[in-house]
Every structure is written in C-alpha cells, then in structure tokens.
Design a protein around this ligand. Structure first.
Ligand SMILES: Cc1cc2nc3c(=O)[nH]c(=O)nc-3n(C[C@H](O)[C@H](O)[C@H](O)COP(=O)(O)O)c2cc1C
Length: 381
C-alpha cells in the first residue's frame, strides 16, 4: 500500500523532470532491482532504443545519455568493401519523410506505427565511423551503452559470401571502437523480408547459421554479436526455425517490423506485438542452445515490457514510442526520451513498477533478499 502511494507521488512529481539515476531511486523506494542485460552487458534497467532514425547523430545520443536511457543501437549502416562497393546498396537510400500514425490491427484495435520508405544509413562510412566514435566516448564517460548495427552481403544459395565486405566494414568499426569486445547488431530488416532474396527458406536459414561466423572471422578483435531477426513472410514455425538456426549468435533481437506487401512498407502496432509474443509463447525446443533475447515491437507501456520479459527477454528496444506527438505523454517537460521513460517506469497502473508489484501481489514474482528483480520475470508466467 505504501508503495502505491509513493508511486502516485513519484509519477506526479517526475512529470516535470525525471532524475537520470531513477533506477537507484526505484531500488531505494520500492526495493525493486531493475538491472537488465543486453549482449552480455549489465545495464541499469531494460529500456533501450532500437536502431533507426532516432540514432543518426551525436546530439541524439547525448540527449539519450542525459535522459538515462540504458542503451542505444545506432542506425544500420550498409557494409562495403575496401573499394566502397556495396552488394546491399539498394538499402542505402535517402528518404527523410516519416509519418507517425495510428494503425488498426486485424482485430480492430489501434496502435502506433511509423510509415517511412527509407532503409539504411545513407551517408558515407566515414560519417558513420565518426558517430561510432561519439558513441564510444559516451559509453565510456556516461554509461550509455552504444552499439553499431550493420547490414552485410547476403548471398543466394550456392553463392559465396562477399568476404571483403565483412572484413572491411567490421575492421573499420573495430578500429573506431578500439577496445575488445566489439558489440554489434546485424539487421535482417522487414524490407529484406519483403524482398525476393528472402523468398527461399533454406536461403534464410543458411544466412542465420553462417553470418555470425563470417563476422567473427572478419573481425580483428573479439565480437559479441546480436542478430536482429525479421518477421519473415512465413508461419510461426519458421520464426522458430530461424531462432534455432541463429543459435551461434550472442543475442537475438526479436522481431523486427512486419512488411505490408501491398503498400510496400514496414509497419508496427498491435499486429507486431501480437505476432512476436505469440511466437515467443512457445518455449524453445532446445533451451540451452538459445541465445539471450532482447524484445522489440510495439512496446508502449511497462506492462508490455513485462510481456516480453516473462517470455525470456532480458532487455527491450523501442523506436516508435520515442516518436509520438508530445501530448501523448503524461509528462509536461523534458525530452521525448525522458517523457517516455517516465510513463514506462512510473505509470501507476501500467508502468514497470506497478506491474512488478502487481505480480508480487498475485504470487507470480517473489522477493529475493528483500527485493524484486526485473531479471526474475523471465520464465515467471
Ligand atoms: C523509421 C524506422 C526506421 C528503422 N530503421 C531501422 C534500421 O535501420 N535498422 C534496424 O535494425 N531496425 C530499424 N527499425 C526497427 C526498430 O528499431 C524497431 O525494432 C521496430 O520499429 C519495432 O519497435 P517499435 O514498435 O517500438 O517501433 C526502424 C524502425 C522505424 C520505425
């Protein structure tokens, strides 16, 4: 009861300014440990920013560090060889116009989606490396974990991987990052899912089996690799087959946006979280072989974070929720990142704290050493 009163009070007063060290406050006030994990790194809470248009420049990263975000994945860069050739050049296109809009799911409920025809990083590799260096400095000085993201050559069955692209791009990223290990995400995007390249299941499975080894072999220093899996245009069983095929990755990001073949655009909203959670409902066939998970897709509340967490996700990556019209957030001041964190963590009904306390009351989450732990949610269904 005392916690409920404190939560109402914190929700109200943090509307004006969310303290950057809010995980410490949560631990002291509610005895809740929000510690989470992404790519083998311990982070103070589970909420990070997924790769995209909100991690394109150093200013955005600085704002996120100041807001107390746990991690940021940089926009996906398209790999190139030493001569600058890009086999995936079709993904390096320029497009600025983004539309944040409501999208109705098949069951008639509405959620948010961002409609955008662009794809990957559309500036030079040199400019991307400057952003990686800015990210590296913030990771060291400010504790915001910054992770680059790459789209490398994906061959057709029977064709070899273009090793020169893997070697050149990974080498340059390692040089920019300097210290081992190099943390990296490899994006399998919704537009790839909609491309003819991804019509063949055996071809996709081969990519997921072989890409981690290609990247590790190409890197001059140890790499920790997350594969961001797409929602392929096949059934739920195939999503499981992809997770099994990707078992040599160090983490899996599950799962990138859906692809609307008719409109030719990627989309999110409730259909995305419905599909992702449904696929994650099924336990793995070989649990020991599955890499740790990071959830993504229509996360707009602490309650939704918990839905991903109980299905095994030790962190989450949001994009759309950091892009809503300002009046959608209950906070009255601060950056979008601060306002989003405020409601995700402190909302008295659907925030992360409220839902963890609710689970304690229902007997589905127990205190250890007097504390509730975010990471104990995994498997606590
Ligand atoms: C405009 C936009 C651009 C994106 N660009 C990338 C990208 O370059 N690489 C990537 O891995 N994911 C990209 N994403 C996917 C997001 O990182 C995220 O995983 C996805 O949108 C689902 O989360 P959400 O429902 O919170 O937006 C993009 C998403 C949006 C909306």
């Amino acid at each position: 009861m005392a916690h409920a009163v404190a939560l109402e009070r914190d929700f109200e007063r943090f509307k004006r300014a969310l303290p950057r060290d809010f995980p410490d406050h949560v631990r002291l006030t509610y005895r809740i440990d929000l510690t989470a994990r992404y790519l083998g790194e311990r982070i103070p809470h589970p909420i990070g920013k997924g790769s995209g248009q909100l991690s394109l420049n150093a200013g955005q990263l600085e704002g996120d560090a100041a807001a107390g975000l746990a991690f940021v994945v940089l926009k996906t860069v398209i790999a190139q060889d030493e001569k600058g050739a890009q086999s995936m050049a079709a993904w390096a296109i320029h497009e600025t116009k983004m539309q944040v809009e409501r999208r109705r799911s098949a069951t008639g409920r509405t959620g948010w989606t961002v409609t955008w025809k662009g794809r990957g990083w559309d500036r030079s590799l040199e400019e991307y490396l400057a952003l990686v260096r800015a990210g590296r400095d913030l990771t060291r000085a400010e504790g915001l974990l910054v992770v680059p993201s790459v789209k490398y050559h994906l061959p057709r069955l029977g064709e070899p991987f273009r090793e020169s692209e893997y070697r050149h791009t990974t080498g340059r990223l390692a040089e920019a990052w300097r210290d081992a290990p190099l943390l990296l995400e490899k994006d399998f995007s919704p537009t790839l899912a909609g491309d003819r390249l991804a019509e063949d299941r055996a071809q996709i499975v081969r990519w997921l089996r072989e890409v981690p080894e290609r990247i590790r072999a190409a890197a001059p220093l140890p790499v920790r690799l997350a594969l961001k899996l797409m929602n392929a245009r096949f059934d739920d069983d195939f999503q499981h087959e992809m997770m099994d095929a990707a078992s040599s990755a160090d983490a899996l990001v599950v799962f990138n946006r859906l692809f609307d073949q008719r409109q030719g655009v990627a989309y999110g909203g409730l259909e995305l979280s419905d599909r992702n959670l449904r696929v994650l409902n099924r336990p793995p066939d070989r649990p020991t072989a599955r890499p740790p998970l990071s959830g993504t897709g229509n996360i707009t509340s602490g309650r939704m974070i918990v839905e991903y967490a109980v299905r095994g996700c030790s962190s989450v990556q949001l994009h759309t929720f950091f892009q809503l019209p300002l009046e959608e957030y209950p906070a009255t001041d601060g950056s979008r990142t601060q306002r989003a964190l405020h409601v995700l963590v402190f909302d008295p009904r659907d925030g992360l704290i409220a839902v963890m306390l609710e689970r304690e009351a229902a007997g589905t989450l127990a205190r250890r050493g007097g504390e509730l732990h975010f990471l104990d949610l995994a498997g606590a269904r």
